[in-house]
Design a protein around this ligand. Sequence first.
Ligand SMILES: Cc1cc2nc3c(=O)[nH]c(=O)nc-3n(C[C@H](O)[C@H](O)[C@H](O)COP(=O)(O)OP(=O)(O)OC[C@H]3O[C@@H](n4cnc5c(N)ncnc54)[C@H](O)[C@@H]3O)c2cc1C
Ligand code: SF4
Length: 333
Amino acid sequence: MHAFDFMRPGDAEAAIRIAAQTKTAQQGADVRFLAGGTTLLDLMKLNVETPARLVDINRLPFAKVEATPDGGLRIGATVRNSDLAYHPTVRRDYLVLSEAILAGASAQLRNMATTAGNLLQRTRCMYFRDTAMPCNKREPGTGCPAITGSNRTLAVLGTSESCIATNPSDMNVALAALEATVHVQGTKGTRAVPIGEFHLLPGQTPERETVLEPGDLVTHVTLPPPVAGSKQLYLKLRDRASYEFALASAAVVLTLASGRVTRARVALGGVGTKPWRSPEAEAALVGQPAEAASFRRAAEAALRDARPQSENAFKIELAKRCLAHALHTATQS
Ligand SMILES: Cc1cc2nc3c(=O)[nH]c(=O)nc-3n(C[C@H](O)[C@H](O)[C@H](O)COP(=O)(O)OP(=O)(O)OC[C@H]3O[C@@H](n4cnc5c(N)ncnc54)[C@H](O)[C@@H]3O)c2cc1C
Ligand code: SF4
């Protein structure tokens, strides 16, 4: 039996106060915010998440997409993924975000899923989702059976000897390429966290996935003003054409002048333990002609530090081809 708090529009502070009573905002939290529920309720049915108390935040006033004074975009935490993907400003100025969201899950799930919930979705590692198995992320110190077991879909970048789980979100990859900022309200006030610092590498503490502390409520995400004339694309490769997580994906935002790349933002999905921005690929692209050889060099640079597991070495070449193809397709548009 769970205690259930249904928050009304003016109740953000109350929601934070209730959630601050939990011992952690990470794995094992005994109070959870409930948004679309498409991750949380799944994991509760599997007993992977066992919060004693749920705080429904759907009525809080965070369901708007608005322009910011600097010409960027403010996306409320409870904006549904579908509403965001089809928002006219997102389609016009941040197409990579729209494409990434629409590449994920199914129409029904996107109608429920929210910005903050997507940001905080959990790994699909099969051992994490099976309480009969050990898993360092679910129960610290019990071991990581994926390293010697089934790891075909897991990460090749940012892994540790404690955990090799992939961050499964498509939206997060686009947010990384767009240099989004996550805004958090907690017991000590508000703070703005660049997306690259929001998710943590597993290291020795894979149960700790983000910088969130007890009580922290994601209120919104902001995007910087769009880059004029940028070419954007999200490409997702997976085992079947829809309703499947990425084996490898790439989000690219490029600016060209006289056939050369003048600015590049590149992020990868499906291969990293967190949404994987690649400064190496970006540096390899800037100043280079927009042609196949440059794209391949950028892809090599992006995957240089990749470490395969027993079943997923194929992902390294797949991710390289995914990125090179995304760069090629984006620059043809
Ligand atoms: C069958 C299936 C297929 C899927 N396929 C894909 C896919 O291909 N690509 C993809 O990217 N995703 C996929 N997903 C995942 C889906 O995108 C996420 O489940 C969804 O985005 C989560 O959003 P939600 O609002 O439902 O989150 P919830 O389940 O409500 O919450 C998720 C977590 O975020 C926390 N939370 C929510 N809002 C806040 C807030 N404002 N502040 C702090 N914490 C908060 C909750 O407490 C919880 O821990 C799939 C899911 C399913 C079930
Ligand atoms: S990869 Fe991470 S989530 Fe999967 S079993 Fe290992 S510790 Fe658990």
